[in-house]
Design a protein around this ligand. Structure first.
Ligand SMILES: C[S@@+](CC[C@H](N)C(=O)[O-])C[C@H]1O[C@@H](n2cnc3c(N)ncnc32)[C@H](O)[C@@H]1O
Length: 196
């Protein structure tokens, strides 16, 4: 069963996940990089979420499964059928009553954040696993002026986010990541913390 193995037996589970029965071409499109489950565990040591969470770009469920194992009710979907959750374009979701947690497709990451904040209620949390460099950039700076994240949790030790979920092929990462957590309506300064 995937849930326990995802945490307890990484090597076996990642091999299993990577061997899902989708064609190579299908699995390589749409920015598919799977999040190391440890990243979610570390986030949950810092943040409590609404009991209902949407993972709108769930891939093979690496984030969803940790949330489920921690007792959250998780609605999972992805544009591509990767064998986990519903098949749905996130930009067609009109509203969600709960929090959102995901690692979005990088090419449209800012649009994912914007859309998430559009569809949740005031006070709801939107947590995104993003490259640390998501802090910079002119368009993002403009966005942050009106929509500052409440917290940025930096991964000082590298966490892995792996192309096509092939953790055995790419066991380490040269990319710095952080969890960015928005609370809809928050207008203060972001607080920086470290998760490892
Ligand atoms: C960086 S991967 C992250 C997968 C998963 N969240 C994880 O962390 O393991 C981004 C995922 O977004 C999906 N995606 C891309 N565009 C999307 C859209 N418009 N709506 C929903 N999912 C989308 C891709 O298919 C891919 O699985």
């Amino acid at each position: 069963m995937m849930s326990k193995d995802l945490i307890g037996n990484k090597a076996a589970t990642f091999a299993t996940l990577a061997a899902s029965n989708h064609s190579k071409g299908e699995r390589e499109v749409n920015d598919y990089y799977a999040t190391e489950p440890k990243a979610v565990e570390l986030l949950l040591e810092k943040e409590k979420f609404n009991s209902i969470i949407l993972e709108p770009a769930c891939g093979e469920g690496h984030i969803s499964q940790v949330l489920l194992n921690s007792g959250y009710a998780v609605k999972s979907s992805d544009l591509i059928n990767r064998g986990f959750g519903e098949v749905k374009d996130f930009f067609e979701v009109d509203d969600f009553c709960g929090d959102i947690v995901t690692n979005p497709p990088y090419k449209v990451a800012l649009d994912f954040v914007k859309h998430s904040l559009d569809i949740v209620d005031d006070g709801a949390k939107v947590a995104m696993f993003l490259k640390l460099q998501f802090l910079e950039g002119k368009a993002r700076r403009e966005f942050y002026k009106k929509n500052p994240p409440k917290k940025v949790y930096v991964a000082s030790g590298r966490l892995n986010c792996v192309r096509n979920g092939l953790f055995e092929k790419y066991p380490s990462s040269a990319v710095a990541y952080a969890w960015f957590v928005w609370e809809k309506g928050y207008q203060g300064s972001p607080e920086i913390d470290w998760i490892n």
